[in-house]
Design a protein around this ligand. Structure first.
Ligand code: GLN
Length: 461
């Protein structure tokens, strides 16, 4: 199956943007804890930030559809993110050691307010930049093809590999610049790498966009509404009933997807605690850094993406409908947590288990992600009325904003020795019960979505 060259430009742009984003994200909590905050406050800032970055795509999508077009929005977003990373670099450049021991008391006589404000400014620019960038790059992938082109699922899966190659390399490279409470300034080099990569990415996009970002007929895509060639102009007529029904389908699916990402995003929180405290990471005397576990999902995603693409094609007429694929994604996620829940069933707090459990979880989870995330993007691209294509992408990403927020709340239920936690009156006192939350949550959502498949399919017609 061949794809337009523009796909590979979008692939490279997204890969480097995600590198920059995930590289900074891998350092963010560590930086805050080493230099500025207690762990609780750092987790709160992190949760708010990761949730807000997926809220602003709604605005970015609207601005692109209405005024700027995708290209200008992507470039402006990229520049905002480069400024954001630069502010993070400056923050870590003026930071002074103020914490006595790792996770210990803060020396209040050291004034780090400048570093703090630079950091908040940086995070603000990243939130804004991501909002302008993220929905628009995905919309452009869809625009390279005819609305109903059968290559779209495969195109979005390739694009999604780009996302994950960036996410895979980022913690490995930016992670080299981890500082600590005695040397918090070291973090700045990681933020600088992130800044340079996003700047180069924007330069490449700016230079190559006109050459490669064209429709099958050769018309430029991603231009502002007024500058589009006649054939791509969206007729200025009100949306019809069919458009509204299609938009409703996207909203319904986005609600289901919340359950997926809320469990998936445990990777950055509870699964990191699990990797840190209850997983045996020692091999022949060498201990693997906990932050490396964050690269597992991206690694499996990159490796499994071609397999999944091949599999869908091989199934021919038995290939599941995209909505069924989303439901399969949710069920696979449920299975991944079931495997780990069973694996740790009788493990006492503090006892370490084999690395195979968390590895199996990520492996199955990634089969689920590939069945849900790129297919979801492709569906949104297919169902959105052209005039609101980017706004609808923004709505799709809104579910990730809700999920990231919920993920943080659910992670607080992670069992700690001597504490009993409650979820809706149910006691959560061990790892088995904790992981079962995600098993049930995603299985229920997956099964309900399977049951709703026939009416949703009818609505898509
Ligand atoms: N990991 C993907 C990305 O960074 C998915 C994000 C999401 O939809 N939550 O683009």
């Amino acid at each position: 199956m061949t794809h337009p060259k523009g796909l590979y430009l979008l692939f490279a742009t997204e890969m480097s943007e995600r590198f920059s984003y995930y590289g900074m994200r891998a350092l963010l909590t560590l930086y805050m804890v080493a230099a500025l905050f207690t762990m609780d406050s750092a987790s709160e800032v992190y949760g708010t930030f990761t949730s807000l970055v997926y809220l602003t795509p709604l605005i970015g999508g609207y601005i692109a559809d209405r005024y700027w077009g995708n290209r200008r929005s992507i470039l402006t977003g990229g520049i905002c993110m480069a400024i954001g990373q630069l502010l993070m670099f400056l923050s870590a450049s003026v930071i002074q050691p103020s914490i006595h021991t790792a996770g210990g008391a803060i020396d209040t006589s050291v004034d780090n307010s400048m570093a703090l404000w630079l950091m908040f400014g940086g995070l603000g620019m990243l939130v804004l930049g991501n909002g302008l960038f993220k929905p628009n790059i995905a919309t452009m992938v869809g625009d390279l093809y005819e609305q109903d082109d059968h290559r779209k699922d495969s195109a979005f899966t390739i694009f999604y590999m780009g996302v994950n190659i960036g996410a895979l390399l980022a913690p490995l490279i930016c992670g080299l610049f981890e500082g600590d409470f005695m040397h918090p300034g070291r973090f700045r080099w990681g933020f600088l790498v992130a800044c340079i990569v996003i700047s180069l990415s924007m330069l490449m996009f700016w230079l190559l966009k006109s050459r490669f970002l064209v429709t099958p007929e050769g018309y430029q895509i991603g231009l502002p509404p007024g500058k589009r060639p006649e054939s791509l102009k969206v007729p200025n007529q009100p949306l019809n009933r069919r458009d509204y029904i299609h938009m409703l389908v996207i909203v319904i699916l986005a609600v289901f997807v919340i359950f997926f990402w809320a469990a998936y995003e445990q990777a950055g929180v509870s699964l990191t605690y699990f990797a840190d405290q209850q997983t045996d990471k020692t091999f022949w005397g060498w201990e693997m850094p906990t932050s490396w576990f964050q690269t597992f999902p991206a690694f499996f995603c990159v490796v499994l993406a071609p397999v999944m693409n091949w599999l869908w094609q091989r199934m021919g007429r038995f290939e599941p409908h995209p909505i069924q694929k989303l439901a399969i994604g949710l069920l696979l996620l449920s299975l991944s947590y079931l495997v780990i829940a069973i694996g740790v069933k009788d493990v006492a707090p503090g006892v370490k288990v084999s690395i195979l459990w968390i590895t199996s979880l990520y492996f199955i989870q990634e089969l689920g992600e590939l069945s849900l995330s790129p297919i979801g993007l492709s569906l949104v691209s297919r169902l959105s009325p052209r005039r609101f294509a980017s706004l609808m992408m923004g709505i799709w990403y809104l579910s990730s904003a809700v999920s990231n927020f919920c993920a943080g709340k659910l992670a607080t239920l992670y069992p700690e020795a001597g504490q009993v936690k409650h979820l809706a009156g149910i006691e959560i006192s061990n790892l088995y019960e904790f992981f079962l939350i995600f098993v049930c949550m995603s299985a229920a959502a997956g099964l309900l979505l399977l049951a709703l498949c026939p009416p949703l399919k009818r609505m898509m017609k």
